[in-house]
Design a protein around this ligand. Sequence first.
Ligand code: SF4
Length: 566
Amino acid sequence: MEIVILDGYVDEPAGLGVPPYVDVYPRYIAGAVWSVEAGANITYFTVDQVRSNLDLFMKTASRADVVVFIAGVVVPGKYLGGEPIKVEELLLWSKLLERPIKILGGPVARFGIGEEGGKIATPPSTFKEYFDLVATGDVEMVVYHLIKEKLRVEYIDPSIRRKSYSEISNFAIKGAKIVLQHPNYGFNLIAEIETFRGCPRRIVGGCSFCIEPQYGRVTFRSISDIVKEVEALYNMGVRHFRLGRQPDFYIYMSKQANEEEFPKPNPSAIKKLLEGIRSVAPRLETLHIDNVNPGTIFHHKEEAIEITKILLQYHTPGDVAAMGIESADPKVIKLNGLKVMPEEAFEAIKIINAYGSKRGWNGLPELLPGINFVTGLIGENAETYRLNFIFLKKILNEGLMVRRINIRQVLPLPNTRMWLIGDRLVRKNKKYFKRFKDRVRKEIDLPMLKKVVPKGTILRSLYTETYEGKNTLARQSGSYPLLTYIPDLLPLKIKLDVVVVDHGYRSVTGVPYPLNVNKASRRLLSQVPFLSRKDVEKIIVKRPFVNLDEVALIISNKKALQYLSV
Ligand code: SF4
């Protein structure tokens, strides 16, 4: 049996699958196939690979029995590692394939697909005539039943969902092998790991724009299932992990998850989970989290502090507790059913800072909050933007740190309250949005970044990913990695350390650390702290050097030596 998986990338409130991330969908789908047909041949393509060699994809896919398309950007952003599939590509490529059974899965099939915040999403119904099955349920279950039913499409219910996590225990383990085909494998590939789904705030209606409550009751994945999957991925060579598939990491295994809007966290379960992961993946390089509800921290301070301390013990530094604050305007918060008032959010930010702001081995603070704002929500007006800015200014003025501030325009999705409002307010308040974003970049982001990574900070283990002009772009692996511009064209796909020499609004400039004076370009040398222009000229004329003592003899400020090597 021949199966093709086309990964068009996903980005959901709880889950990311744009490289270097590999999300759960391709892994679970591959596992579902191999659970029934152990000998099945599965070929994995990313959408970027298809774009660069459409012929190869068409040849492979037209010979296949089944082609599964994965797609769905629900919270659009800008991506360095890849470009998510476009609606036209989905429709065209599916149309070109006549022989195989075509399945569409991922958030696109369930909620629709958005290409830009502030625009209405394309609803799932658009795709019905182009695919044999549009998996409005769980795509791995649809694939599993299709293979079991010997590819008889008419026997398959595309809305089938897993009844419990135990149904996919095997899929997750067996499917780990698919990572071997990922273009980022062996480099900076990071596996998104699922811990639970569903939002406890479903019982009060959830937030006006969010799809998570549509998953129904909160269901947790067992500690042993998660640990076994991490073990399988680790044994395949994966070294970077993010526990990102959940709306609020701090309530994993909470006993009140389906009873309370803000259920009490369960620190001992989180400890067991992290301990388990570390024991099966002792030499992992990244272990990060995503998504923390600031309301959980505010309402359960004691447990939240305990969890933060546990995290610091087991995770890797540079971690981000991304908090969906969405708005600092009390009126908007009430009208959209958002989770926290500004004072409550502020308290949560303070708590994470109190324990997480210490700098870790890779140069970044251990754990910082990330803040998400959503604009275009019900009740928003000019005052909302003023309040949002005051809120951010207060964080800065009080000496607190946040790793990143994400401001996005709402993407109205079917079956959310915002679907009825559409993009009306986005269009109406466009000028406020633009002004707010510009002000935040200049007056908040820049001074904040200078605090998070001051000049002279050594950042460890960055991966060179791509070029922009005459610069190499590099990032560490992990949650919301900081973009570093290196002012030279270095080889791609290498790992290196840098020293921070300058700041942009959302990125830094870095020079390889230590910088080899015998090989470095003039451009790089001239960025080294404490090295004057004259020193650079002298170095270029006099090199090669045998040791740094020789360099010390010709430069004016010896402090520069700490950043150099021969
Ligand atoms: S708290 Fe709101 S934004 Fe977060 S998952 Fe629940 S509904 Fe979505």
